[in-house]
Every structure is written in C-alpha cells, then in structure tokens.
Design a protein around this ligand. Sequence first.
Ligand code: GLN
Length: 543
Amino acid sequence: MKSGIDTTKFIFISGGVVSSLGKGVASASLALLLKWHGLRVTIQKFDPYINVDAGTMNPFQHGEVFVTNDGAETDLDLGHYERFLDIDMGRKNNTTTGQVYNEVVQKERRGDYLGATVQVIPHITDVIKERISRLATEGKYDVVITEVGGTVGDIESLPFLEAIRQFTLQRGRKNALNIHVTLVPYIKTAGELKTKPTQHSVKELQEIGVQPDIIICRTEHLLDSEIKKKIALFCNVEPLDVIEGHDVGSSYDVPIALFEEGLAERVFSRLELKPRKKPIHSFKQWKEFLNKVEKPVHRVKIAVCGKYTSSPDAYKSIIEAFIHAGAANNARVELKWIRAEDVEEFGAEKYLNDVSGLLIPGGFGERGVEGKIKAIQFVREKKIPFLGICLGLQTAVIEFARNVCGMKNAHSSEFIKSKYNVIDLIESQRGVQQKGGTMRLGENPIELQKKSKAFSIYGKTMIHERHRHRYELNNRFRPQLEKMGMVFSGVYTKENLVEIVELPSHPYFIAGQFHCELKSRAMKPHPLFKEFVKATIQFQKSI
Ligand code: GLN
C-alpha cells in the first residue's frame, strides 16, 4: 500500500462533559487496535495551555512530565502511547498552544507574513494544521491519531478545534474522522443513565462545525440499545457509532473492551480502510498479559517515598512500571505511598517495617530530602531491596557518604553548600539562567561494568536511558565512595558522568541517575523494575 500524506488517514479525539475521562488511554487503545490489525499508526497530543512544554509545570497540578528519547518534556499521555503501542514518541508528538504561538511570532518577526495582519485564523490555525499532518509526511503512517487535550467548550481549545474543522473539510470525511469521548452519568436517585450532558457536548462541537463520527461514552453502567439509539438520534450519528466505554478494572482492559465493542470495525468502515492482518494473535497476547495483571500469584508491598505522594499522577510511569514488572513476576505490587516529610519527622521504621522494598523517585527541591535519606539508611542497613531514580540516586549517595564514609553533612549543592557536595552541578549547567528546557534531557548511551549487578540485570554492556535533571554525582568523591564499597557500574563515558550506583554487599541496592520508569512498556517491563520486584518477592519469602 502506498503511504504518505496523501494516503494517510487522520483521526481526531476530543473530550466533552468533564475532564479526566481517560481520553489518553482511549486514544492509545484505539491506536493499539489499529496496530493489531497490521496498520502503521502513530499518535500525538495537542495541549491547549500556553506553556511551551510541560517541563515548567508543577507535578501536583499537571502530573508527571514524560520525557522522550529526544529530550522533549511532554504531557503524561505520551506515556500511555508508548506503553500501549511499544513505540518511541518524540518532540513532534506533543504540540502546545505555547509552541504554536511561538512559531507564529517568530515567523512574524522574521517577516514571513510581511504586510499581513497576523491572526488566530488563518495564521495560528495554519500552524496547527501543519502540525496535524507533519507526522504523516515524515513518518509514513497509515493512520495519524491526534488527541486534543482539555474539554470541548474551553476557550483555549477553540483554535485547535477550528483547525480540525478546516482539516476535516479539506481532506474529506473519508480521510479525517472525529471521535468524541463523553460521559454518560448514572443518577442514583432516578436510577437512570443520563444522555443530556453528551447531547450538550456534541452540540457544542457542532456549533464549531465539527460533527463527530463516533462517540465513545464513558459510563459506570452498560448502555442498552435504547440509550445508544437516543444518543445517536440526538447527536446525529449512527447507533453503531455510539460506543460504550464502561469502567474497567485497569487501563490495560480498555483495548479489549473497545475491541469487543467493535470500535475498530467502525473506524475501518468510516475511513474505508482495510486491515492488513487478523488481530487475533495480538489480542490473545494482550489478554495473557492482562490475566497476569489481574490474577497474580504473589502479592508484595513496596514503599514509594517522595514529595508528591498525594497526587499519584505525578508518578504515573512508576505506577505503570510496577504493573508491568508485577505481571512479569506473576505478582501484584501494592504501593505504599509515604510522604518523605513524615519520615523526616517520625523516623523510617514506623513506615517501612511492613514493606519488602523501597523506591525513591525523582524530585526537585529540598522539602522531604532528609526523610528520603533516613528511609534509604533504613533499607540499606536492613538489607531491604532498594531502587533509586534520579533524586533517588542522589539521596542514596548522600546517605552513603554521610553514614558509611563519615562525610559529615554531605549534601547536594542543589540544597546546601557543604564541604562534601557529593552531588553537584557540572560545568555545562553552571551558567544556565533560563529554566525551560535547559536540564540534561533525553537519552544517552551508558556503558555498564561487566560483573556488576547492573550488567547481570540488563544482560548487555551498552544501554540507553532517559534523563531529566541538573545535578550529577561529583567525580571528586568517587574514590572515597568506592573505597567504602559503592560501585559505579554505569557511566556515560563521553562526559564521564556516573549513571548507576550499586552496593554489592546488599541483595538489591541499585540506583540510576536516569528515569528508567519512562522506558517500561506493557509487555516489556523495564529490567531494573522487573528484577527489583523479583528481589522484593524473595525478601518477603526470607522473613
Ligand atoms: N533535582 C535533581 C536534579 O535536578 C533531581 C531531578 C530528578 O529527580 N528528576 O538533578
């Protein structure tokens, strides 16, 4: 089949009624269904906020920042896309209003629009349209899915929806399909599902000139055929195009549920697409994975001690990485969220005496750091499995420097200037003034030391991992730390930066300066997580 911009089909996914409908998971699931049918598919997210990227946003508000191989700081939905589809996303898979305006303003300053009054329509919408299709020109895909963030009716998303309207008109509805995800709430007192919010949301879309082709209705209860008919009639679609998206146990159930609802067939029919293969084999494999997630043999409790523990979206990829690693070990991982400040105040034992492992995630700012250090000391001494991520590595090194190497008040210069700044800025970060996009970002190669734990876990000497941080292990202190038993088993050799530390005297004590959670995929757990969960199961058996 010929491929490229002229033959590529486009699917737009918008959301209505309320936010948090799981549009990202629905989009990723649809992409997966198409992949199961042998189509080459990619997916992107449009975010209507004015930030140029998610990197400058607070994780409490926005959830985790998902970093791609090419160093883009993106929306967490890109994590769903990678985990479900097992493909790498990049800078081009996430567009924000900030980027669009930036581009238009730069063009205006350069003189590209000389003589014209620069306006939302056509200048902003033209840039959005270019961004809709640029993945098709570059990637050679059969289908490009574009998820639009926010909720229909928001002022911010209007230019995106207008661009989609124009695009759909210009390409024709056989080449551009609109899917709207809504909520059909159940009103307990009436004992009824209500279709009105969906009708209103679709009306709002229609006012903009976008007619949805397919409506996915999120619901707690099953939609009977009468309800589907009613939604179809009032929203101007076929009853078959009203797809039930009922609540399921885990997000990994969603592709199965949408498959069984016939979503893929509807998409094929509307876009006049043909499957390239039968989906049954991939479907079965996914079911097997799901079975392991839902019916585990083991159960194990692991503590996550961090700063954003009241807001699990801040640790989305970590939660998912544990689901993947759990499935690979036939285990359900129960996460015990611990506020680092509580450990600081009340000590580690109170919180860690019932867990089989500790993970310290990445983070910024001094708050809770002493609590993390106490927690690490506890698991190091008690030989409880430990995995450190980014700040988790840095705090592990500080703890070791203080309590094993006798470096009093050892610290990171991010927090306190000390005689023993075992974690410090490297030269290239010293002059940095701008905050946005200036950390060490994205993937780089890491060489592993043979005979190390890291090498035995990864099973190879060259690995690639993703970064998002400014501070590094200070090479000046390597000899002292090494002398007391810390092994630097992974190094980014080009810059001589320590990437992995481990303690061979401990059953599982390993930390990476990178974010391994970002590379875990549904059926390809990250090796560090997989072995960590295995070690926690062994620890549990040993006590
Ligand atoms: N705050 C630390 C740094 O910037 C760690 C960052 C992180 O954990 N992602 O180096």
